[in-house]
Design a protein around this ligand. Structure first.
Ligand SMILES: NC(=O)c1ccc[n+]([C@@H]2O[C@H](COP(=O)([O-])OP(=O)(O)OC[C@H]3O[C@@H](n4cnc5c(N)ncnc54)[C@H](O)[C@@H]3O)[C@@H](O)[C@H]2O)c1
Length: 275
């Protein structure tokens, strides 16, 4: 793949809310450097609907293997328990990967080693939180603590098995309530659909033992917000991001999608600012 001379062949793996948005941006805003060359979704109808809305023929590949062979970079936007395995297959096939499911990579350091060995990039967008660039820089020195406080309205936690098993009825919550406080590993385990941000923070810090996650809900919260406080030898960072939800999926923040698109843009231009 030559970044300067040829368009980069890009494929969308998982044609749901995020995959579809990114595919549309590739067609519109990233068309100077990328050529959309593959779609794959375990639910064929999802891929079909996306192909139809893009008005580009022959994008859907009949198998994951054929999909991989048709692209240079994979946009992983699946919601699957096998995500880490899927990414590994892409890297084994020597493809670059932009992974949206950062929570699935927290315990997969072998993926990063394999990518280094195969000279592939695993790109992790900063997602729905501000401050990832500064955490990466600060991690070169000593970080003493990172607290990520995530606030979401009760609807953002619908059908969460962990809350159901603890007998928490979201509909009965009338005031600000701490649903969770604990480690990143626990947060990712109990809130897998909601907490990619926690995993991104931990990976940026290179030390998840310093990270505490708090998840708070209240019917008075109108947006999904992430507040970060980082303390270390460098000083103190405080950021707060109030997110508008993605129109296609209320569990996804719009900024997360934009950060995926921006990461792709910078990758194709050989440029890297912050994220
Ligand atoms: N990094 C971030 O900040 C951030 C923010 C929001 C969501 N996410 C993550 O991004 C991922 C996608 O989110 P979404 O909102 O688009 O989800 P979605 O449910 O809208 O779409 C996921 C798609 O993946 C498909 N899929 C499932 N298993 C598959 C497999 N094995 N092979 C191919 N396709 C498969 C589904 O059929 C579906 O179409 C999720 O893992 C989510 O947690 C990350």
């Amino acid at each position: 793949m030559t970044l300067q001379n040829k368009k980069i062949r890009i494929g969308i793996l998982g044609c749901g809310a995020i995959g579809s948005r990114i595919a549309k941006s590739v067609k519109k805003e990233l068309k100077a450097t990328y050529r959309l060359n593959g779609l794959y979704d375990i639910t064929h109808e999802k891929a079909y609907q996306l192909e139809k809305s893009l008005k580009i023929n022959n994008l859907i590949k009949p198998s994951f293997k054929k999909f991989l062979s048709s692209v240079d970079i994979v946009v992983e936007a699946v919601n699957s328990p096998d995500t880490a395995w899927i990414i590994k297959q892409a890297i084994k096939a020597r493809k670059h990967v932009l992974s949206m499911s950062v929570g699935k990579l927290l315990k997969s350091s072998d993926i990063f080693r394999l990518a280094t060995k195969n000279r592939c990039c695993v790109l992790l967008p900063s997602g729905a939180v501000a401050g990832i660039d500064a955490i990466k820089a600060a991690s070169l020195g000593n970080i003493s603590s990172i607290t990520l406080t995530t606030r979401k309205p009760p609807g953002g936690f619908g059908h969460n098995p962990h809350l159901i098993s603890r007998g928490i009825n979201l509909a009965k919550i009338t005031e600000e309530t701490v649903l969770f406080q604990g480690t990143v590993d626990e947060a990712v385990k109990y809130f897998p659909q909601n907490i990619n941000v926690a995993a991104t923070v931990a990976l940026a810090a290179h030390d998840k033992s310093k990270v505490i996650i708090r998840i708070i809900t209240s019917p008075n919260f109108k947006v999904n917000s992430h507040e970060l406080e980082v303390l270390g030898d460098f000083g103190r960072i405080v950021t707060r991001t109030d997110n508008v939800v993605c129109p296609d999926n209320p569990k996804t923040s719009y900024l997360a999608v934009l950060s995926g698109i921006q990461t792709l843009k910078q990758f194709s231009q050989g440029l890297k600012i912050g994220t």
